[in-house]
Ligand binder design. Structure first.
Ligand code: C2E
Ligand code: MG
Ligand code: MG
Ligand code: MG
Length: 284
């Protein structure tokens, strides 16, 4: 009997796995078509200076509107894109689109003071950085859009940096030579080795939302955030807090000397139209 039951369980498991696989294959083939069918858009989340209370830039975040399945979160499809190599054409599209958009805003809102100092932050997957022609692609995008390198910030994760070889180091140096800035995304969640921070030309540490979330309620989270900000300042980097949702978090972050922040308290990631009708009117 035990044996029979075991077999039944196994079959159920098998079927579940089969369905999972089927879903993954479907997602992959849909993802393959998504670029051609123009199903991606970018939303832009404001990043604000906590010192000056001003808008300093935006993070571009990809959105996928599937024709049948509706909205699919980047949390669900970016990993598939990374596994299948589709992250390269998708990432190329994001970079171009984001730079194009900031350049458009610079022209459209030329009358706003400080419009030219706003930055655009773009998430870059490790495979993109490791591409042999990544610098060429960057140069081409800047040339084609007319955007200045110092308006662009690339967000990369610790994973890229911890075991970075000579090629990655050279790429990062070339990025710096073009005045493009580098932020480490989700800082604190990845790896334990911090030696890359001294080695590599980083500008900002983005404190992961999971720490910011509990900064007022949990002593450990508070200590971690405080430590990350101190670390950033010791290394002459700036700290950016992710996922700020309350006034209390802002007050705490200000006290700790955190330079800037993004989060629902200030604004959610917004479509271009919504952003143009709100943010550019509020922040000047
Ligand atoms: P991320 O780069 O760390 O982006 C921040 C995420 O936190 C975004 O989720 C944003 O919507 C969310 N967020 C911002 N403020 C708040 C807040 O106050 N509360 C809460 N609960 N969430 C907040 P999103 O847009 O779903 O993106 C998730 C992740 O997907 C990103 O995390 C990034 O790792 C990845 N991703 C998004 N767009 C791209 C892209 O164009 N390329 C690549 N390679 N990855 C991307
Ligand atoms: Mg990011
Ligand atoms: Mg982040
Ligand atoms: Mg994050």
């Amino acid at each position: 009997r035990a044996k029979a039951k075991g077999k039944a369980c196994y079959e159920v498991f098998d079927q579940a796995m089969y369905l999972e696989t089927l879903k993954a294959i479907e997602l992959e083939s849909d993802l393959r078509l998504a670029l051609k069918r123009n199903e991606f858009t970018l939303h832009y989340q404001p990043i604000v200076s906590l010192k000056e209370n001003t808008l300093i830039g935006f993070e571009a975040l990809i959105r996928w509107q599937h024709p049948q399945k509706g909205f699919i979160s980047p949390v669900d499809f970016i990993p598939v894109a990374e596994d299948t190599g589709l992250i390269i054409p998708i990432g190329d599209w994001v970079l171009k689109e984001a730079c194009q958009q900031l350049r458009t805003w610079q022209q459209k809102f030329a009358a706003l003071p400080q419009i030219n100092s706003l930055t655009i932050s773009v998430n870059i997957a490790s495979q993109q950085i490791q591409e042999a022609n990544f610098i060429e692609k960057l140069e081409r995008v800047l040339a084609e859009t007319g955007l200045d390198g110092n308006c662009l910030i690339l967000e990369i994760t610790e994973r890229v940096l911890v075991d970075s070889g000579q090629n990655t180091n050279n790429t990062l140096a070339e990025i710096k030579r073009r005045n493009i800035k580098l932020s480490i995304d989700d800082f604190g969640t990845g790896y334990s080795s911090l030696s890359y921070l001294r080695r590599l030309p980083i500008d900002n540490l983005k404190i992961d939302r999971s720490f910011v979330e509990n900064i007022n309620s949990n002593a450990e989270s508070f200590e971690i955030v405080k430590t990350i900000i101190t670390l950033a300042h010791t290394l002459q980097l700036k700290a950016i807090a992710e996922g700020v949702e309350t006034r209390e978090q802002v007050n705490q972050l200000k006290t700790l000397g955190c330079e800037s922040a993004q989060g629902y308290l200030f604004a959610k990631p917004l479509a271009v139209k919504n952003l143009e009708s709100t943010i550019f009117i509020i922040y000047h």
